[in-house]
Design a protein around this ligand. Structure first.
Ligand SMILES: [Zn+2]
Length: 77
């Protein structure tokens, strides 16, 4: 019987954070379906990515949530 994590390590800033600080990552089962980077890091990366590459965002724009729940081609590369 596995106890669910209460905290996860953000692979971006390296800090331990509450699970709630991570966006859910619907296409994956790892980390309880949570992304590797915490919200703060995701937002920071997404913001700089948008500034650097507006076309990439436009392509994914069909659903804003898709942009945050980034896949392997996204901000978790
Ligand atoms: Zn972080």
């Amino acid at each position: 019987m596995e106890k669910p994590y209460e905290e996860l390590e953000c692979t971006s800033c390296g800090k331990m954070k509450q699970v709630g600080e991570f966006y859910s990552h619907k296409n994956n089962n790892y980390r309880q379906g949570r992304s590797y980077a915490c919200r703060a890091c995701v937002l920071k990366k997404a913001r700089s990515r948008r500034l650097n590459n507006p076309e990439a965002l436009a392509k994914k724009k069909k659903n804003v949530e898709d942009f945050w729940d980034i896949n392997g081609n996204g901000i978790f590369m």
